[in-house]
Design a protein around this ligand. Structure first.
Ligand SMILES: *[C@@H]1O[C@H](CO)[C@@H](O)[C@H](O)[C@H]1NC(C)=O
Ligand SMILES: *[C@@H]1O[C@H](CO)[C@@H](O)[C@H](O)[C@H]1NC(C)=O
Ligand SMILES: *[C@@H]1O[C@H](CO)[C@@H](O)[C@H](O)[C@H]1NC(C)=O
Ligand SMILES: *[C@@H]1O[C@H](CO)[C@@H](O)[C@H](O)[C@H]1NC(C)=O
Length: 511
């Protein structure tokens, strides 16, 4: 029995498809987790799009094209092939007799044999998210996605190293190796496992089970909330919660229960690398998280990818031996509570600020001066890094900009608007990308062309759902696709939070 599932394109994703009850109001079972494909085909615009949150994906960096397919072959291989039949991704289950695939209530997608032994689990290969009951073992890594809407591997990682230290780190891109830690347990806490348990706590344990470090300290009821911990594209690890029904003050959306580090803008100070927001940019912690800004005279290299940093928007100062120093052509923009740590190429002490400014004006390498108020000034060239706007910074940055923008090469400065602050916040960028999001989400959402059949399977879940119950439970939707259901396939399965309640009841009945 070989199941060939034709995909319009793409790559496999497991999504938290929460409000799918809108579509299946009479059937809560078809909710919460689904294995879907990411489709690029033109599609119908849904007015009410169920919110989808992707919690796992395969093949992050190589999107496949139209005509690709996923197959569970008769010899038990679960593979993703492109249109030409080249294998793009496969679940490494060692051909040990996979008889079925199933999505468990926890969000774990498993390949199991007839004895219901798991031969492969998506929980063993996390992408950027862990879910309740999931653990991260030594050498386990979460990689942030590239941007909010691009699921490729991005620029931050959360890893439990083999020496037992747990850290959040920047990475080299695109090699994805660890560069600078900005949150770490250090190796004094010998960590063995990161556990996201069913009380909604996330913590690092040692081998004997003792808690070495708490990551998300507030218990959150798994019966009342969907939960996930995601390393966001901007490097913040957040424990997100989503109420299953209206619960007190919680909105019907993902909100944050806790996050680390407490201030990523000040936490990331690296000698190599651009810092939290990339080179030439400034990071500021706002209520909703870090936002990136460009100083006056600078703009984002790519407004849809603000972590790429900012570029100078004016013709740089001339440096030639014969040319005039252009000291009259430049001016300064003062930014309070702002610094760009490291990479100073000159330092003066005991001098007046005016002297520093003049010195920078006459120096074609000088892009910014940091003046700490105690008569110490630092000269910085381009690109500057680790830019931060924060009340803890007592000094000010003085950014050198060209007075006359008309000399701009690309002429874009003709659209001057004096009322507009040139600080462009990530917020506005995010807003503008919502349009894109609205376009992509329905694409992700709308793929249900074929129907999927679910049936009971005897897949044994290794975790007890309730703390007081010491029982294994059975249930679980087994993926079963007949040859007739082979057209464009979207959803394998569902599973999830709702069923916790049902299962708990079932267990109580058994008891
Ligand atoms: C399944 O279990 C039976 C009985 O325990 C055993 O004989 C058999 O080898 C197992 N099969 C697989 C594929 O593990
Ligand atoms: C996502 O970002 C990566 C890294 O820059 C890029 O190679 C890839 O093309 C992007 N994917 C999409 C769908 O834009
Ligand atoms: C989760 O961990 C905390 C701390 O170890 C413990 O008190 C709680 O009982 C655990 N919850 C479950 C469901 O195991
Ligand atoms: C040049 O641009 C800056 C920032 O956009 C603006 O504040 C300044 O007034 C402009 N200068 C001229 C001469 O137009």
């Amino acid at each position: 029995m070989a199941f060939a599932l034709l995909y319009l394109i793409c790559f496999i994703l497991v999504a938290f498809s929460l409000p799918c009850m809108y579509r299946h109001s009479s059937n809560f079972r078809k909710c919460v987790f689904r294995l879907i494909t990411h489709c690029k085909k033109q599609s119908i615009w849904f007015n009410k799009i169920p919110e989808r949150t992707i919690v796992w994906s395969a093949n992050r960096d190589r999107l496949v094209t139209q005509g690709s397919k996923v197959e569970l072959t008769s010899d038990g291989q679960f593979v993703l092939n492109d249109a030409r039949g080249n294998q793009i991704w496969y679940a490494d289950s060692f051909r040990t007799g996979v008889s079925h695939a199933a999505m468990l209530d926890t969000g774990n997608f498993v390949l199991a044999n007839r004895n219901s032994t798991y031969l492969w689990e998506s929980f063993d290969q996390p992408t950027d998210t862990i879910l309740p009951t999931q653990t991260l073992n030594q050498n386990g890594i979460l990689f942030a996605r590239y941007t909010e809407t691009n699921y490729s591997i991005g620029r931050f990682m959360f890893s439990l190293q083999s020496d037992g230290s747990l850290s959040l780190s920047t990475t080299t891109f695109p090699q994805h190796s660890r560069r600078t830690d900005y949150w770490s347990t250090g190796n004094t806490d010998i960590g063995f496992q990161v556990i996201f348990n069913q009380s909604g706590l996330i913590y690092l344990t040692s081998k004997n089970g003792a808690i070495r470090k708490t990551i998300s300290p507030t218990p959150v009821s798994i019966e009342d909330f969907y939960q996930r911990a995601t390393l966001d594209y901007n490097g913040v690890l957040r424990h997100y919660v989503y109420p299953k029904s209206s619960v007190g003050r919680w909105p019907n959306a993902w909100s944050t229960s806790s996050f680390i580090p407490s201030n990523i803008c000040t936490a990331i100070v690296e000698k190599i690398g651009g810092g939290a927001c990339g080179v030439n940019s400034l990071c500021r912690l706002d209520d909703l998280g870090p936002t990136c800004h460009c100083p006056n005279g600078y703009t984002f290299i790519d407004p849809n990818d603000v972590l790429k940093g900012c570029k100078q928007n004016f013709v740089p100062q001339s440096c030639g031996a014969g040319s005039s120093p252009e000291t009259d052509a430049f001016d300064f923009q003062e930014m309070k509570n702002t610094n760009m740590h490291y990479l100073d190429y000159e330092l003066f002490e005991g001098l007046h600020e005016d002297w520093c400014r003049q010195s920078c004006l006459e120096d074609c390498f000088c892009a910014v001066v940091y003046f700490n108020g105690d008569g110490v000034c630092y000269k910085k060239g381009l690109p500057f890094s680790n830019g931060v706007i924060d009340p803890s910074v007592t000094g000010k940055a003085i950014v050198k900009i060209r007075k006359d923008n008309s000399t701009l090469k690309d002429g874009s400065a003709n659209s001057k608007n004096k009322d507009d602050s040139t600080l462009i916040s990530v917020g506005s960028v995010l807003l503008s990308s919502l349009g894109i999001l609205n376009f992509i989400l329905p694409l992700i959402t709308y793929v249900v062309v074929s129907r999927i059949y679910f049936s009971k399977a005897e897949v044994v879940q290794p975790y007890q759902v309730m703390t007081e119950v010491n029982l294994r439970y059975f249930t679980y939707e087994l993926l079963k696709l007949s040859m007739n259901e082979m057209r464009i396939m979207n959803a394998f399965i569902d599973f999830g939070g709702y069923k916790y309640i049902k299962i708990n009841k079932a267990i109580k009945l058994i008891l």
